[in-house]
Design a protein around this ligand. Structure first.
Ligand SMILES: Cc1ncc(COP(=O)(O)O)c(C=O)c1O
Length: 389
């Protein structure tokens, strides 16, 4: 038997993540500065860690209810109301997931199958397309544009919609571009969607990390509430990537369907993480604020640094990424990243890892210490100067 022939073509035909090659290279280099990994450098706030430890001391080591502890679901609803004006019923409209990642997967599995189309604006997070493909549905890619600062426009959306469209993924604040959608941007998208049978999966995992006003959720538009599934989680805002906890909120029928998939595939999310997350939602606002303040300082240094180096860099207003344009160097994104790593030992990720329209750009993550960022930008300037076209 040839094992390779046994693998489902849906899985076999998915290329490996474009980021992987880079991580492998960086791992071999001891003294490289890595601005490549999209996770906070901060440790989870102490009070949150302590709540997790305390739950273990008390012996809370069992399964939780499938949808997550009711106390956590209530706190999630309080939080979404307090921060974004969203109202959800903790009994029927929330499911606690293993990170935002599981939320995206089970949402797509609950909504689409062969013959359906899923609209995915790119550049964007690497898992949307594979998760859509695993269901048998067809991803329809919208290539976002530099001149729109990588926001989704109603014109681009209109063009992508067909009578097979069932889902639009709305990935803002965006990984890898750092783009956000303002209320005015969203109003135009709402006009396109509101009278159509299309569900929006709004991935708001970076909602706390915005640097110009407050994040606006498309679910806060009354005509969109029932058509939107909000995905969020604890990884980015609370520096809790390793705890693996997220949640999805939306229409009770959709949550019921997702709950079914979650129940059979996962059973429940990690119990310790759920205890810690209750504490995060209740008592960690100040820690989140101070992390966001520090990200913002680093963001400014990087944007100014890239511009000083002579590279175009639009101002990213969310998440913890900048997405400078490297076209003026004449190198492809991939060549730029490889050469920068070899010559200056700085790791950034080719824009193409997040979609073909990322060609000519690189993703630079500023969830690293200010000292690292200052040293990295010094090396990048030197590299760009030396490699000017
Ligand atoms: C846009 C986006 N959504 C979702 C996730 C998944 O995060 P997690 O599963 O850790 O909650 C990530 C992680 O990088 C992301 O960048």
């Amino acid at each position: 038997m040839n094992m390779s022939d046994m693998i489902s073509p849906l899985v076999k035909n998915i290329p490996p993540s474009g980021i992987r090659k880079f991580f492998d290279l960086v791992n071999e280099m001891k003294d490289a500065i890595s601005l490549s990994i999209g996770e906070p450098d901060f440790v989870t706030p102490w009070t949150v860690r302590e709540a997790g430890i305390y739950s273990l001391e008390k012996g809370h080591t069992h399964y939780s209810p499938n949808a997550g502890f009711m106390e956590l679901r209530k706190e999630i609803c309080n939080y979404l109301k307090r921060r974004y004006g969203l109202s959800y019923n903790p009994e029927k409209e929330v499911v606690v997931t293993v990170g935002g990642s599981e939320g995206i997967d089970i949402a797509l599995r609950s909504l689409v199958s062969q013959g359906d189309e899923v609209i995915i604006p790119e550049p964007s997070f690497v898992s949307y397309k594979p998760c859509a493909v695993f269901t048998g549905a067809t991803p329809v890619i919208i290539n976002l544009r530099d001149e729109d600062e990588f926001r989704l426009t109603p014109e681009l959306l209109e063009k992508a919609i067909t009578d097979k469209t069932k889902v639009l993924i709305l990935p803002f604040p965006n990984n890898p571009t750092g783009a956000i959608m303002t209320r005015e941007d969203l109003e135009k998208i709402v006009e396109v969607i509101k009278n159509r049978d299309i569900i929006v999966i709004s991935d708001e995992i970076y909602s706390e990390l915005t640097y110009s006003g407050e994040h606006v959720s498309i679910a806060s538009f009354p005509e969109m509430k029932d058509k939107t599934l909000v995905i969020n989680g604890f990884s980015k805002a609370y520096a809790m990537t390793g705890w693996r906890l997220g949640y999805a909120c939306g229409h009770p029928d959709l949550i019921e369907a997702m709950y079914k998939v979650h129940q059979y595939a996962i059973m429940c999310s990690p119990t310790t993480a759920q205890y810690a997350a209750v504490e995060a939602l209740k008592n960690a606002d100040d820690e989140v604020k101070s992390m966001v303040k520090e990200y913002n300082r680093r963001r400014r240094v990087l944007v100014d640094g890239f511009r000083d180096a002579g590279l175009d860099c639009f101002e990213p207003l969310g998440a913890f990424y900048v997405f400078p344009c490297i076209k003026s160097t004449g190198m492809s994104s991939s060549d730029f990243c490889e050469k920068l790593l070899i010559e200056e030992k700085v790791a950034v990720v080719p824009g193409t890892a997040f979609g073909d329209c990322g060609e000519g750009f690189v993703r630079v993550c500023y969830s690293r210490s200010m000292d690292n960022i200052i040293e990295a930008i010094k090396r990048i300037k030197r590299f760009v100067e030396r490699n000017k076209n």
